[in-house]
Design a protein around this ligand. Structure first.
Ligand code: PLP
Length: 416
């Protein structure tokens, strides 16, 4: 099947062409071609991004915002243009609402600290869900300990979907914020975020979406879904490590105190008092990662050029193909069987430990992730030691899935 949505046709030829942009896919692992199915942990980087990093260090490296000289102005322009690219990518109308952070984790910690300082008091409640990554659990626990708040958990059903009726019941006048994943990194479930947000907004409760797993797979229209905060990491969308984004509505960010002090976040400093810069700089303390932001912008342009609609359809086809092939394996059990799923498949086979499967697949050149996937409460819910997780990107192919299935069958035969 071919997917021509807006821009590019995704078929065998174009995927083969796209794969040439990713030099790491040529690597051999134990003399076998690398099959990289660990994209939910981090994605590979196209040459365009790698070259942008090199270009930025070679041609525009100079600390930003404070310089009057040519090179500093160039670097500042690149960093600020990157902010515009991010705003365009998630359809945010105000560039001031885009804050660069070190990643999703830092962005959530920023909100947990700063929103918590501004709006939370003893007895208040924060609502998260049973399928959260530790990065969207622990910052709220720290806030709860600091301020004596209560953490409330939205339960999930057997298919790995949030139970919205239970969610509704959790909201009350003490609820200060809802923080949930847009897409689960273990189950692949795409949560009904518009419903989650409109239900919270009926009670005037703001919502933070953890978009770490959504951003490479779903076209996000931040103003349409009406999220109050949205976070993601560049490395999960073909960009570099160490940089990510917090989108926050101006009305909240303006009322929140700075998270860290120093650098461009100040307006005027005296020993008696410091006043703070306006948005977005108030939340970007220290030298920003202007090389990272420039490379992130390049990654987003790369994705835009292929077109997220085409990516969504192609990855969906890969996921369905792999799920059907896996379903023929005796004793397989899937975790996350929602109809609305992203390109993530978690499973176990009989009583075989997921690590054993992962290690044998590795010896055959196939990279999958095994374990609790930084979602221990979810794994505890299923009363299992962990899962094997295969997660796809648009550079993966059905041929790779065929090799994976054959290797998996071999591993099962060895371990049974
Ligand atoms: N949230 C989810 C759902 C994730 O999958 C991850 C990473 O796997 C994170 C948050 C944390 O992202 P990072 O480590 O880039 O901050």
């Amino acid at each position: 099947m071919q997917f021509i949505i807006n821009k590019m046709v995704l078929n065998n030829q174009t995927i083969a062409h796209i794969r040439k942009d990713f030099p790491i896919l040529e690597e051999k692992i134990y003399n076998k071609p690398l099959i990289y199915f660990d994209n939910a942990a981090t994605t590979q980087k196209p040459l365009q991004v790698l070259e942008k990093i090199e270009y930025a260090y070679k041609h525009l490296n100079s600390n930003i915002h404070r310089g009057v000289h040519y090179m500093s102005i160039k670097a500042t322009e690149a960093h600020e243009e990157a902010r515009d690219v991010v705003a365009r990518f998630i359809k945010a109308s105000k560039r001031e609402e885009i804050i660069f952070t070190r990643g999703s984790t830092e962005a959530i910690n920023l909100v947990a600290f700063s929103f918590g300082e501004a709006f939370c008091k003893e007895g208040d409640e924060i609502v998260i869900s049973a399928m959260e990554h530790h990065s969207n659990i622990v910052p709220w626990q720290l806030l709860c300990e600091r301020k004596n708040l209560k953490l409330r958990i939205v339960p999930i059903n057997d298919k790995g979907e949030l139970i919205l009726d239970e969610y509704r019941k959790l909201l009350n006048e003490r609820t200060k914020l809802v923080a949930v994943a847009h897409v689960s990194n273990v189950l692949g479930t795409i949560n009904p975020v518009k419903d989650i947000i409109s239900i919270a907004h009926e009670h005037d409760i703001p919502v933070l979406l953890d978009g770490a797993q959504a951003i490479p797979h779903i076209a996000v229209d931040i103003e349409d879904i009406d999220a109050d905060f949205y976070v993601f990491s560049a490395h999960k969308i073909y960009g570099p490590t160490g940089i990510g984004v917090l989108y926050g509505k101006e009305k909240w960010l303006n009322l929140m105190p700075p998270y860290q002090g120093g650098g461009e976040m100040i307006d005027k400093v005296t020993f008696e008092k410091t006043t703070f810069n306006s948005l977005p700089f108030k939340f970007e303390a220290g030298t920003p990662d202007y090389i990272g932001s420039t490379a992130l912008a390049e990654a987003l342009k790369y994705v835009e050029n292929i077109g997220l609609d085409a990516i969504v359809h192609y990855e969906h086809e890969l996921t369905v193909y792999a799920t059907e092939a896996l379903s023929t394996i005796d004793g397989i059990k899937f975790y996350g069987t929602s109809d609305r799923k992203s390109a993530v498949i978690s499973f176990n086979v009989g009583n075989i430990h997921p690590y054993d499967i992962g290690m044998l697949l590795d010896k055959m050149g196939i990279a999958v992730r095994t374990g609790h996937h930084c979602a221990q409460p979810l794994i505890d819910f299923y009363e299992i030691p962990g899962t094997v997780r295969a997660s796809f990107a648009f550079y993966n192919t059905k041929e790779e899935i065929d090799v994976f299935i054959a290797a998996l069958k071999k591993a099962i035969a060895m371990l049974s």
